[in-house]
Design a protein around this ligand. Structure first.
Ligand code: AMP
Length: 402
């Protein structure tokens, strides 16, 4: 069965066509800089590549281009678009409503629209992608996979902020958490590797990419996560501050006369790694500058890892028993220095890194704990697309589409 996975960002569409249930990627690509004259189309299938720079007005046109490439006589992956039985969509915010993936119908679309104020950058693009896919893949089962769904098992003590309860009742202000598909994927993968049932593992999963979040998983379910009402809370990120005292915001607005939109921009776009280092939001550039003696780049690395360690400590307390700590996403998979520094000094808690294994582990699924470590430490490359493809495959099969 052919399953197309679509991930629409505010100005991009990433896509992968899977042959399921074999988990084989048949074709993949990205359309970037949507809304610009010099938008970029990148497509590849079995070593055949197609790269193009052209004007693309919106997501609908971007998806039309993708659908045309998928049936191209030379570069295409299928003869006819109706051979794509299911389309899986990444949707960032599913509120409290969606505890798992869903077949998309009018009600689901209404809800995604309703949650736009909770994810103003992402949900509109996700919805546009769904509407376009319904147009270009009318025969396919459309499935939405929500970033928030895995975290809907977080208990009230962890999701409620200590602000007037009416704020939750009236405005649904609470911790939602994000990157759920990634945390779920690595948690399930860990259970598979260890030969345990998916609900028989307690884990701390660290998704460290340009956006970063960390989750406490108890009996296979999320019970606490660092991102909150928005993806701004928690760890230090590429351009986001993570945790700060909300009093700083009032100080900037009331004492320094900044506009709320300026503060928003500072905390979301100009803080985190780039804010401290002044070098870049990309960890590779920061490591390079740090190695040349740039003190602020060195400090950015220290603060980043300190925050990860602080969260690991608090999640050890929340979980009690921990079977594994997992690192994933761009930084988690590729930066041994972050894994080493984040776990340094935690030997008393039964967390001991094998420095050699850690150093040599780059973007591969591997255990990096020493044999004396009570808690297993793993690098597990994330694969959100595969998780979405698997969910979509199950729903499509249940609809009798083979
Ligand atoms: P992501 O959001 O998961 O794509 O992760 C982006 C972050 O991961 C950036 O800070 C990159 O510097 C870092 N990253 C991605 N790939 C690599 C790599 N091959 N080596 C080192 N760092 C990487």
């Amino acid at each position: 069965m052919n399953i197309l996975v679509i991930n629409c960002g505010s100005s991009s569409i990433k896509f992968k066509l899977f042959e399921m249930p074999d988990n084989v990627v048949v074709a993949s690509g990205i359309v970037e800089k949507i809304g610009n004259k010099d938008a970029i189309v990148k497509y590849s299938k079995n070593g055949i590549n197609h790269n193009e720079v052209r004007e693309i007005y919106n997501h609908s046109q971007g998806l039309e281009i993708i659908s045309t490439l998928l049936v191209d006589r030379v570069k295409g992956a299928v003869k006819n678009l109706n051979e794509i039985q299911g389309v899986g969509h990444r949707v960032v915010h599913g509120g409290e409503e969606f505890t798992g993936s869903m077949i998309i119908d009018e009600k689901v679309k209404e809800k995604i629209k309703e949650f736009i104020p909770l994810a103003p950058l992402h949900n509109p693009a996700n919805l546009e992608g769904i509407l376009a896919a319904e147009k270009y893949f009318p025969e396919s089962v459309q499935v939405a996979c929500f970033d928030t769904a895995f975290h809907t098992t977080i208990p009230v003590v962890a999701y409620l902020y200590a602000i007037p309860y009416s704020m939750y009742e009236k405005y649904k202000i609470r911790r939602y958490g994000f990157h759920g598909t990634s945390h779920r994927y690595v948690a399930r993968r860990f259970a598979q590797i260890m030969g345990r049932h998916k609900y028989d593992v307690n884990l701390i999963t660290c998704h460290l990419g340009n956006g970063c979040s960390i989750t406490a998983v108890k009996n296979g379910k999320s019970i606490e996560t660092s991102m909150g009402f928005t993806p701004l809370e928690g760890l230090v990120m590429g351009t986001r501050s993570g945790d700060i005292d909300p009093g700083v915001i009032f100080y900037l607005v009331e004492n320094l006369g900044m506009k709320p939109s300026e503060v928003n921009k500072i905390l979301n776009k100009e803080s985190g790694l780039i804010g401290i280092s002044g070098v870049s939001n990309d960890f590779r550039n920061i490591v390079e500058s740090a190695s040349k003696g740039n003190k602020m780049a060195q400090l950015a690395i220290e603060i980043f890892c300190y925050r990860v360690k602080k969260y690991i400590g608090s999640y050890l307390a929340v979980l009690g028993r921990v079977d594994g700590i997992i690192f994933t996403a761009g930084i988690g998979e590729n930066q041994p220095i972050v894994r080493e520094k984040s776990l340094e000094g935690l030997e008393e808690f039964g967390i001991i890194v094998d420095k050699g294994k850690n150093q040599n582990c780059l973007a591969t699924e591997q255990e990096i704990s020493s044999s004396e470590s009570k808690i297993k430490i793993f690098v597990i490359p994330t694969n959100e697309e595969l998780a979405i493809a698997s969910d979509t495959y199950e729903f499509t099969k249940s609809k009798g589409k083979f």
